[in-house]
Design a protein around this ligand. Structure first.
Ligand code: ADP
Ligand code: MG
Length: 365
């Protein structure tokens, strides 16, 4: 078991990369601590598989180092890195039985046969494959094959880490939920470092204690699901996490007042002061739909907005609002009265973020 550190890591599939866009991984530093349950979350094409393949040794990075417990492993081939990797599509030996497929990684490292038996039975039980052990892998359904594939990743308890690359893509939705629970149980039982790649925020937050959000070849935030929700470090995290995503309003100062377009925003002095320090022209105020206070009558410090549309989602509603020249979404709970026509909004200081060139900056209070 190991801590995995990535130091000044970058990778391009091109032989002569020039601009940042030529890199699948843009220079980054990151540490996966020993024993953690992590998710690597990001949209398709952001570099998740590239990063996993660099960790497991299938791919050599263009620059930077991969360290396991402080030791540089760049030159080590995958089989010497002691890492298990489970891919999106099943990797099984069709002509072997399920039992032999599961036993393979253990026999490969000369594990005594009684121990092989013990582990195969344990993993088969966890993945509900016990009744299938004698079947040839080629006769299995796609779901079952992927379970075998996962079992092969889980069967050795002496690996440094297990990397899962969107392993549940081919799995039936009913089973998905169950398998994710199983993985979590297995993690708790063996305390192996696990990195679980997904593009699904729900999957990430049900599996992981900490999530690395990846965007355009960079980890833009590494935090608990709650941290990602409450204080997104990058506008992308704001959009990607939460449903609907965070509201962002382009803001600037006019005569000492914070404005978005031509509309003056009622926000605290601290925000205006922080804005005054900024030289970039790419400046946004971010606030989540959940954190906008919605009133049906004027209250101290509120801004009046037009309600364009209210979407009733059962236990809550999403209001689509127009505030001056920008549109906003706000969430109100079912017990809250839904205003009609106009709504009076407040942006609590605690829940507004200032984003400069897409990254969040601290507001001194
Ligand atoms: P993800 O797993 O997040 O979907 P990938 O790591 O597969 O992303 O891909 C990151 C970027 O690198 C994408 O732009 C993709 O097109 C590119 N890429 C991936 N694999 C290769 C490859 N073998 N050769 C060239 N480009 C690749
Ligand atoms: Mg991928």
């Amino acid at each position: 078991m190991a801590e995995i550190a990535l130091k000044s890591l970058a990778h391009s599939y091109l032989s002569n990369p020039e601009s940042p866009g030529d890199y699948a991984i843009r220079e980054m530093n990151h540490v996966w601590q020993q024993g953690g349950a992590y998710a690597l979350l990001g949209p398709s094409g952001c570099g998740k598989s590239t990063l996993l393949n660099i960790i497991s040794g299938l791919l050599e990075p263009s620059s930077g180092d991969v360290l396991f417990d402080g030791e540089r492993v760049n030159a080590l081939p995958p089989e010497l890195r002691n890492i298990a990797q489970v891919f999106q599509f099943p990797v099984v030996y069709d002509t072997m039985t399920v039992y032999d497929n599961l036993a393979f990684p253990l026999r490969n490292v000369k594990t005594p046969e009684d121990r092989v038996h013990e582990r195969v039975m344990e993993v088969a039980d966890a993945l509900e494959l016990t009744s299938q052990l004698k079947r040839k892998a080629k006769n299995l359904t796609a779901d079952e094959k992927q379970k075998v594939s996962m079992g092969r990743g889980l069967v050795r308890d002496d690996v440094s880490a297990i990397l899962f690359d969107e392993p549940l893509t081919v799995i039936d939705p009913h089973l998905k939920w169950k398998l994710r629970r199983k993985l979590k149980e297995i993690h708790q039982r063996f305390e192996i470092t696990m990195v679980y790649v997904t593009h699904d925020q729900l999957e990430a937050s049900t599996f992981a204690d900490k999530i690395a959000v990846m965007y355009e070849g960079q980890v833009v935030q590494f935090g608990t699901p709650r941290e990602l929700f409450e204080a997104p470090n990058h506008t992308f995290v704001g959009y990607f996490i939460g449903s609907p995503g965070m509201n962002f309003l382009e803001v600037s100062l006019r005569d000492g007042h914070v404005v978005s377009g031509t509309t003056e925003l009622a926000v605290g002095r601290e925000f205006a002061d922080a804005l005054g320090e900024i030289r970039s022209t790419n400046v946004k105020l971010g606030i989540r739909p959940e954190f906008i206070e919605v009133h049906d009558a004027h209250v101290e410090g509120s801004m009046v907005a037009d309600i364009i549309h209210a979407q009733d989602l059962g236990t809550y509603s999403i209001l689509y609002l127009r505030l001056g020249d920008t549109t906003l979404k706000a969430r109100i709970e079912e017990e809250q009265p839904t205003p009609s026509g106009k709504a009076y909004l407040r942006f609590p200081g605690k829940w507004i973020g200032l984003y400069v060139d897409e990254f969040r900056v601290e507001i001194a209070s």
